[in-house]
Design a binder for this molecule. Structure first.
Ligand SMILES: Nc1ncnc2c1ncn2[C@@H]1O[C@H](COP(=O)(O)OP(=O)(O)O)[C@@H](O)[C@H]1O
Ligand SMILES: CC(=O)N[C@@H](CCC(=O)OP(=O)(O)O)C(=O)O
Length: 293
């Protein structure tokens, strides 16, 4: 981004920023918003701006496509069942290496390079993310974890000390081993436990659409009830179901608003936060708010 563009973003944002002072914003940053260095930089600049105007952002990241690439290179088979990666012991080593190692370090390094103060952690740090092996009738997912307990003290201390926590979705089992967890699930659970003001989920589509082939059919605002109805009617389907459910879980636990936004679009976080109509879909308990509230 050239300097004049950065300044324009800042100037447009200024009148809106006060209301966000000290608000906790949990951002789920997935692999689909990491497809180019330019896009990564745009996301991290948005988060840096959020931090510099007094918000308390927390980044929870995925990186599924990078895990798949590395597993492919190492010729280790991996398959998804119902959106969950079946994770053998061998695959888990790769998941941890990629998520808690390279993807986490890359975000921390880039964020700090542009002037931020990020600290990278995974569920192993202070054992903050305790899991048990996920149980399912349909498959043995191997080293996939189901969240048992989240201790948010460490995260709270980091945000109160001016850091931006960068959290990878690897949890710690009772057996002392690492477990793989879907990053949307981790982000939503952290947002709920820390009672975040906002949960922002970056995905690979504009938001919730009434016709998924028509971006103009974007639903800008959904109440909890409307979201549940759209799932029941089959309008929200496939990969969008767990995303909306993660948003509903977060709201149920006290998060004020959840936002599903397009991670492929540069500066989508700022556009959603600072403009009343936003650019994605906001989900709240009732429909009384603007995106920027
Ligand atoms: N009503 C809907 N609105 C938008 N997307 C939908 C809807 N129903 C199903 N989808 C699908 O959900 C996908 C998002 O889920 P997914 O691909 O799992 O996301 P991600 O790759 O970000 O984890 C969209 O790309 C779209 O194909
Ligand atoms: C259990 C499970 O499926 N874990 C995910 C964790 C990464 C992730 O969620 O990454 P995105 O957010 O980029 O999709 C995986 O192995 O791909």
């Amino acid at each position: 981004m050239v300097h004049s563009e950065k300044v324009e973003v800042l100037i447009e944002a200024l009148p809106y920023v006060n209301r966000f002072y000290k608000q906790i914003i949990v951002i789920k940053y997935g692999g689909n918003a990491m497809t180019s260095e330019e896009l990564k930089e745009a996301v991290l600049y948005d988060i840096l701006l959020m931090k510099s105007v007094g918000m308390l952002p927390i980044i929870v990241h995925g990186g599924g496509p990078f895990i798949s690439d590395m597993l492919g290179k190492l010729e280790i088979e991996s398959e998804f069942v119902d959106g969950i990666r079946v994770t053998t012991e061998e695959a888990m080593e790769v998941v941890e290496m990629v998520l808690a190692g390279s993807v986490n370090n890359d975000i921390v390094k880039k964020f700090n390079h542009i002037g931020g103060r990020a600290i990278g952690i995974s569920g192993m740090d202070d054992q903050f993310l305790k899991v048990k092996k996920a149980q399912s009738d349909s498959a043995d997912y191997g080293y996939v974890g189901e969240i048992e307990d989240i201790e948010v003290d460490l995260i709270r201390q980091l945000i109160e000390s001016d850091y931006v926590p960068v959290i990878s979705s690897v949890g710690m089992g009772e057996d002392g081993k690492s477990y793989n967890i879907n990053a949307d699930t981790v982000a939503s659970a952290i947002a709920g436990k820390i009672e975040a003001d906002k949960f922002m989920l970056l995905t690979d589509i504009e938001g919730v659409l009434l016709d998924r082939n028509d971006p103009d059919s974007l639903v800008s605002h959904l109440s909890k009830k409307e979201a549940e109805d759209l799932i029941a009617q089959g309008i929200i389907s496939g990969g969008m179901i767990p995303k909306v459910e993660c948003c509903l879980d977060a709201i149920k636990q006290g998060v004020r608003a959840a936002h599903i936004i397009d991670g492929r679009m540069k500066h989508s976080l700022l556009l959603e936060l600072f403009f009343d109509m936003g650019i994605g879909t906001m989900i709240t308990n009732e429909k009384e708010k603007a995106h920027a509230d």
